[in-house]
Design a protein around this ligand. Structure first.
Ligand code: SF4
Ligand code: SF4
Length: 79
């Protein structure tokens, strides 16, 4: 069986202005709001899958989160 492509993202919490468009955009609900303020005084977003491994991961590197981010805070990687 072909291995399904997996992705992961990084969110630069200091670039994030807390518009939360990325949370709406992710089809797999992998982004949530941090409970810690950034230096600009916003609650930035967090990628929730950073600790999960291999086949458990749901991020498909679809890039929708990065495309909607007005502050270019999200980078998408394919593994
Ligand atoms: S879309 Fe960008 S600026 Fe908006 S909450 Fe997500 S990471 Fe932050
Ligand atoms: S790349 Fe797609 S699946 Fe992965 S976090 Fe962004 S919107 Fe969600």
């Amino acid at each position: 069986m072909a291995k399904k492509k997996k992705g992961r993202i990084t969110i630069d919490k200091e670039l994030c202005k807390a518009c939360y468009l990325c949370i709406e955009a992710c089809p797999n609900d992998l982004i949530e709001v941090s409970d810690k303020l950034n230096q600009k005084g916003y609650y930035p977003t967090l990628f929730t899958e950073t600790d999960s491994r291999g086949n458990d991961r749901k991020c498909t590197a679809c890039t929708l989160c990065a495309i909607v981010c007005p502050d270019v805070a999200i980078e998408v990687y394919r593994d």
